[in-house]
Design a protein around this ligand. Sequence first.
Ligand code: NAD
Length: 272
Amino acid sequence: MGSRSRVSGKVAIVTGGNQGIGRAIAEKLAEEGAIVVVGDLRDDRSSGAHGGEGITALTLDVTKEVSIRTFVDEVLQKFGRIDILVNNAGLVMHKTIDDQTAEEWDRLMAVNLRGPFLMAKYVVPEMRRQGGGTIVNIGSVEGFMVNPWHSAYAASKAGIHGLTLALSVDLGPDSIRCNTVCPGWIDTDLNRAYVEMHPDRALIERELGQLHPVGRIGAPKEIANAVLWLASDDSSFVSGEMISVDGARTKKISLPAILDEEYRAKLTKVQA
Ligand SMILES: NC(=O)c1ccc[n+]([C@@H]2O[C@H](COP(=O)([O-])OP(=O)(O)OC[C@H]3O[C@@H](n4cnc5c(N)ncnc54)[C@H](O)[C@@H]3O)[C@@H](O)[C@H]2O)c1
């Protein structure tokens, strides 16, 4: 039996699913037969962004407890159960510790860390009532290693990793699993600003690719494939894991450029 039948008919929530990684996750789960509810700041029903079969879009602000309560109630009214929670909504800030204000720090934490905690808080009672469920968080390789000027972002993602460990332990006895997918560099709006900072886009893209032993950055659907596995019964004995999906980027130790020339030349051939 493949994954298709294993999420087929299950009700799945995807936060921040209007675009980027969340959208790819929503589309993948729906394609595999799940009943998907996307919760995002804007309700994209009118724009047709979620015209796809099996996807319902509802308004949700994960920073507001009342919005989460209303959203979860609405999902239960419409579909009667919740089997899968994907905590994907997130934002990034590029700020030095000197420039980062406490208000900005709180705003980022409210989306990236407090949001997943609150979503779990309101979804878990229903999963428990049903006899089980699965939570998949979108963490980041930046929960392990960091880019410069990412103190708030890196702290929020390391926090997600800690929350994953805690929920896997606390909710295991309720047959609720919790895991985290840690994406590497994925082509979405979130980090497109980085690429657009430089006039030579092709050069930046080539160099970004070279940071990954597979020679390229990732696509949202490659994260969605990992989420599907963790959301499905195919991973039924996996809980409390942080799984990097990063083309081995975090496995390679940096070398002085001059000593790395041969390896980079090989990657250039892969990219050609
Ligand atoms: N793109 C990457 O390279 C990358 C790498 C590692 C981790 N991630 C993580 O993946 C997740 C998705 O990132 P993405 O690249 O698709 O970003 P994105 O900016 O393209 O999409 C983020 C989505 O979250 C929604 N959102 C923001 N605040 C929200 C709120 N308060 N309530 C509900 N929805 C809200 C946005 O409206 C948007 O639709 C994030 O958690 C991000 O940290 C991304």
